[in-house]
Write a protein that binds this ligand. Structure first.
Ligand code: MG
Length: 275
């Protein structure tokens, strides 16, 4: 941002960045005082992004990079073909367990398309017992809470962002695991945000429980971290470029009450005015 600014009778060049100009006199334009939260934050770790947004960042765990399915239990029952992981016999699950995480996965429905409804290009991305549906929904209707990017039997996607069979779809999934108390009761539900081909389709949906076909959802207590699973539904769906980042939290430490700083004077916001 470039701007001219005049503070306390001092003018700055129009080519001087505004923020630099403000730093020079220690104030922000239009504000007499600076709000101080009173929280000391650790420096966020540096993560080097991938060459493009679909490439794994430096802190990602690559679950399938095109060479082998070694990151998956049961992966030897699926096929690696042309750098793609093709659904074979049985569900596969990651060797490593994950809790809160960011998952990138690309998938392609079989071509030519076969079957209708739930029988066309069906697979699924599971976080433990919770399924985000994978289905060929290009000109293929089914029940809406069972179409691609649905939380199966709970919540349809906000929109249908499906690409045609043979083209590559991507899911970028932000997953928050449910939490359980020591007595097994639910303290916070699972929540999920999903982008399908870059389009938001689940916006922090809080799950009602697991996602079976034949009964209502329910929660059963489980560890915070569980394997990620991919479904065999009898259709040769292809996957590629699968990576995951574990999501931690950044925790600050309160060092003083919230305050306003005006020059060298710091005034706690909770302080009562004294006369
Ligand atoms: Mg499925």
């Amino acid at each position: 941002m470039l701007a001219s600014v005049q503070i306390s009778g001092r003018s700055f060049s129009a080519t001087l960045p505004l923020a630099v100009a403000c730093l020079a006199v220690g104030v922000m334009p239009g504000h007499a005082a600076e709000y101080l939260s009173g929280i000391a934050w650790p420096e966020p770790p540096i993560v080097t992004p991938g060459a493009t947004d679909r490439d794994p960042p430096s802190d990602a765990v690559v679950l399938f990079g095109g060479e082998d399915a070694a990151a998956w239990k049961g992966g030897d029952q699926w096929t690696v073909d042309n750098g793609e992981l093709v659904v074979g016999r049985g569900m596969i699950e990651t060797q490593q367990a994950f809790g809160d995480c960011q998952l990138h996965i690309e998938w392609s429905a079989p071509t030519p398309a076969k079957g209708t409804g739930q029988q066309r290009g069906n697979s699924g991305v599971f976080f433990g017992p919770y399924e985000i549906q994978v289905l060929d929904c290009f000109e293929n209707t089914t029940y809406f809470d069972g179409q691609a990017a649905a939380i199966y039997k709970q919540q349809p996607p906000l929109v249908n962002a499906m690409r045609r069979p043979g083209e590559w779809n991507s899911y970028d999934i932000i997953w928050r695991s449910p939490r359980f108390a020591a007595d097994g009761s639910l303290t916070s539900p699972a929540a999920v945000t999903v982008l399908h081909n870059g389009v938001l389709v689940q916006n922090h949906f809080e799950l009602l429980g697991d996602t079976p076909y034949n009964r209502a959802p329910r929660y059963e207590p489980h560890p915070e971290k569980l394997p990620i699973r991919l479904q065999d539904h009898g259709n040769p769906v292809r996957f590629r470029n699968v990576w995951v980042r574990e999501i931690g939290s950044i925790v600050g430490r309160r060092v003083h009450e919230p305050a306003l700083r005006n020059g060298k004077t710091v005034t706690p916001l909770t302080a009562k005015a004294e006369k």
